[in-house]
Design a protein around this ligand. Structure first.
Ligand SMILES: [Ca+2]
Ligand SMILES: [Ca+2]
Length: 508
């Protein structure tokens, strides 16, 4: 299972030997741990965790891979007392609430989340998610339940199975004695709303490294006291009397775009505050993405005055998609500092897809078929691009050039580039791959699809007269005799060379 630190285990057993949070019966369930059962841990949910927590939670998109990369997460709080110590991380974006822990010793974790921030024993929005030791596939074991306290006339109830555990993304890894756990909880789960300014209650408690099913929840009526977490786009700490606001020009950027930052400082005191320096920079993964600018000649922040500081940086064209943060530090002559950060995402400039019209296409005389390359652009003020067909079915004749230019006129808009083919009458039923590339500023996106071709080879059974199939108009012969007949019994009699035919046959 997990390599264990023996001294830690002994300490754990000695400390919690008298606690009764996990019964021995729980260990007798399927897949019993092959090691000595861990001593239970008594979590005092009635008491708020005695930690210094940072309520402002920045929008940031971590990767759920069991690795804590530099600049990936922001610390929520650190547990330095008790047997199980470690750090808790929390971030969010439009789609997920992200939680992570790094423990000092092998551990699992139980997260309590009050999605609406209205209190644990209020609403049907109280989630408990247990993340335990990995199963045989290497994924952590998960358990999730909802505390429903919506009906004030009845006592609260745990609803097991109310949360779809399969929608929670998770990863676990053990590095030395440490366990790293990362999870992503999708929006809407247990009324989870993810938007700037929303306040949630969150706590994380470390557990022994047992499977998640071993953890037994408290009685439903037990209060759980949580810590505030406020979802934010930017965050700042400042000396008393100084009110900083850091804004950036665009929350969803593309590589190559220019990003602007504005720091507005409002001095609510009467004292003139001389500024020593201003530092604009990115940390971690954002360091190479943003120009570092240090200014030392800055006007004072006068008493009862405000001051706007400006920054701009070109974003590298090859910047990987993900979340980045711009930091602005203002240092005053008296040594006090304003430290603030704001986050933004890098998104793909173009998204490309391809489809055919009509779909499927029925072969008729002089069949025309259109392949459409749809290009969706996130580039500010729009962009031009090149499209080139790279795979065309043999014999299909393209009207015009296989290379075209396209243009999307504004941000978050779409353009379709159309290619029209003349499909030979001899084309058999089947699927024909058509592929294209879209190029913008030395970056290329590949797209493609399979054109579906059908033929009217199966004739409907009609109880009346035989159906006459007209030969193509271009044919030199006249339709003096039916070339293809079908009788009331539905059996096809003769099928001489069917390809040039019309599809104006009545459908059954
Ligand atoms: Ca990660
Ligand atoms: Ca609640």
């Amino acid at each position: 299972m997990i390599a264990l630190n023996n001294r830690f285990l002994t300490q754990l057993v000695a400390t919690f030997v008298s606690s009764v949070a996990i019964t021995s019966a729980a260990f007798a369930q399927d897949n019993p741990p092959p090691i000595t059962p861990f001593a239970p841990i008594k979590i005092n949910f009635r008491e708020r965790p005695k930690v210094a927590s940072d309520a402002m939670r920045l929008r940031r998109t971590p990767k759920i891979d069991g690795v804590l990369s530099e600049g990936e997460w922001d610390v929520f709080y650190t547990v330095t007392e008790g047997v199980l110590k470690g750090t808790v991380y929390c971030n969010w974006d439009d789609n997920f609430l992200y939680l992570a822990v790094k423990s000092q010793n092998p551990a699992g974790v139980v997260f309590d989340i009050d999605a609406g921030g209205d209190g644990w024993l209020r609403g049907a929005d109280n989630l408990e998610i247990v993340v335990g030791a990995a199963n045989e596939t290497g994924k952590p074991t998960l358990a999730a339940r909802l505390l429903d306290a919506a009906n004030t006339k009845e006592t609260p109830v745990w609803k097991e199975g109310a949360l779809d555990v399969s929608r929670i993304q998770s990863a676990i890894s053990n590095v030395g004695d440490s366990t790293i756990i990362e999870i992503a909880i999708p929006k809407d789960m247990g009324s989870l709303v993810l938007r700037t300014g929303a306040t949630l209650g969150i706590r994380a408690d470390f557990l022994p490294p047992t499977p998640a099913s071993v953890f037994i929840p408290t009685a439903a009526y037990e209060p759980h006291l949580l810590l505030d977490a406020k979802l934010a786009e930017s965050r700042a700490v400042a000396p008393a009397g100084v009110n900083p606001t850091l804004t950036i020009s665009d929350n969803k950027c593309v590589g190559g775009q220019t990003l602007f930052g504005t720091m507005e400082l409002l001095n609510q005191t009467d004292t003139n505050l001389p500024i020593k320096s201003i530092l604009w920079t990115g940390t971690g993964a954002s360091y190479d993405a943003l120009n570092t600018v240090r200014e030392v000649v800055v006007s004072d922040l006068g008493g009862r005055k405000s001051l706007k500081l400006k920054y701009k940086t070109p974003l590298p064209t090859n910047l990987p998609t993900g979340t980045y943060a711009l930091n602005c530090t203002v240092e005053f002559e008296d040594g006090k500092q304003v430290i603030s950060s704001a986050t933004f995402s890098i998104v793909e400039p173009l998204q490309v897809q391809m489809y055919g019209q009509p779909d499927p296409v029925a072969i008729v005389e002089k069949t025309r078929y259109t392949a459409v390359v749809d290009v969706y652009s996130a580039v500010p003020r729009g962009t031009g691009f090149d499209v080139e067909l790279t795979a065309i079915p043999v014999g299909w004749e393209l009207e015009g050039n296989k290379k075209r230019k396209g243009q999307v006129d504004r941000e978050d808009a779409k353009t379709g580039v159309r290619f029209v083919f003349r499909v030979p009458n001899t084309t058999l039923a089947g699927e024909y791959p058509i592929e294209a590339t879209v190029t913008r500023q030395s970056r290329t996106w590949k797209t493609g699809f399979r054109a579906k071709v059908v033929r009217a080879t199966t004739l409907p059974a009609l109880p009346t007269a035989p159906i006459l199939i007209k030969p193509p108009v271009a044919s030199t012969s006249t339709p003096e005799t039916p070339k293809r007949t079908e009788n009331a019994g539905g059996a096809t009699k003769t099928l001489p060379e069917p390809p040039p035919m019309k599809t104006d046959i009545p459908k059954p």
